[in-house]
Design a protein around this ligand. Structure first.
Ligand code: SF4
Ligand code: SF4
Length: 294
């Protein structure tokens, strides 16, 4: 089984548009939207949710007010300033300590060091995972609750579920829309992938971000191709992207022109391939290069 992950150094390069187009072209595959902080692949591969489940990303501290002696130790130890003396009174003190859930990072220090063991560590639901049946095959995606983190763990969960379903259905390919940037979620998106496609744009920030993400894939020793989207908005910088890829040992997947068909496709909730135009032609060329490396 092969796993292709599409990433970009930054948001707004058209990564999801390219992912949806490749998903339309690829055969016998499962899709995973690993861009869990801004999951929108489901919007352009039209589908219906057929299964969902809670995502428990970690635990949060909760003070049992009846048992707190208001010694203040937890407040002093919490590096995230999540503990305040704002809990209700009890039999021995006028005010107890309480944890602000949105500030708690779930490190467990207050749980460990409370002298009277008055802090519980309770599993916390951060969002949900979903499977949708779409026009291009099964899609695993997710929805995080506002302010929730642990998206790296959620990405790992989605990839694991996608692998299991692909094995069950005897499908040979997973196409994953990775997270932008170079942080924990993108590392969780690419580790163990067979191949990475980096979608970039012809801007100075696009080149800078490509350098960072290129270093990341090389650090993890993953074969990677680069394509430049909307290349004709700055042909000089598009050439610089190609030159950077050549110097860095990244494979060249090609150029995709700026095409208003991409906007029309988004508005219609379909992939670029279904709105025939110049960019759709270019993406077919990119797919040929990618497929040859899988
Ligand atoms: S360390 Fe325990 S007893 Fe002391 S204030 Fe915190 S929760 Fe209350
Ligand atoms: S679990 Fe960690 S972050 Fe949360 S309140 Fe306790 S010390 Fe602070």
């Amino acid at each position: 089984m092969k796993e292709l992950t599409i990433i970009s150094g930054k948001g707004g390069t058209g990564k999801t548009t390219v992912t949806a187009a490749l998903a339309a072209l690829g055969d016998r595959k499962v899709m995973a939207d690993c861009d869990v902080d801004a999951a929108d692949l489901a919007l352009v591969v039209r589908g219906e949710v057929i299964e969902r489940g809670d995502f428990v990303g970690g635990s949060l501290a909760v003070v049992r007010a009846d048992d707190c002696t208001a010694c203040g130790r937890c407040e002093g130890l919490c590096r995230f300033r999540a503990v305040r003396k704002c809990g209700p009174s009890n039999a021995i003190c006028n005010a107890t300590y309480a944890v602000e859930p949105l500030s708690c990072e779930g490190c467990g220090v207050c749980v460990e060091f409370c002298p009277v063991s008055a802090v519980d560590f309770r599993p916390h639901t951060s969002g949900e995972w979903l499977i949708s049946e779409t026009v291009h095959g099964p899609l695993f995606h997710a929805s995080l609750l506002p302010g929730e983190g642990n998206s790296g763990k959620l990405v790992a969960l989605l990839r694991e579920k996608a692998r299991r379903l692909a094995a069950q259905m005897d499908l040979s390919l997973i196409i994953a829309d990775g997270s932008p940037g170079i942080g924990c979620p993108v590392i969780a998106s690419i580790t163990g992938a067979s191949l990475v496609l980096v979608v970039t744009e012809p801007t100075l920030s696009g080149i800078y971000d490509l350098e960072r993400v290129g270093a990341l894939v090389q650090h993890f020793d993953i074969e990677a191709l680069v394509c430049v989207n909307k290349w004709d908005i700055n042909k000089g910088l598009a050439e610089a992207v190609k030159e950077y890829a050549r110097r860095s040992g990244l494979l060249w997947a090609g150029r995709i022109r700026y095409d208003e068909a991409a906007t029309r496709a988004q508005l219609a909730g379909v992939s670029l391939i279904e709105c025939d135009g110049g960019a759709a032609y270019d993406v077919r060329g990119v797919w040929e290069k990618v497929a040859a490396c899988l």
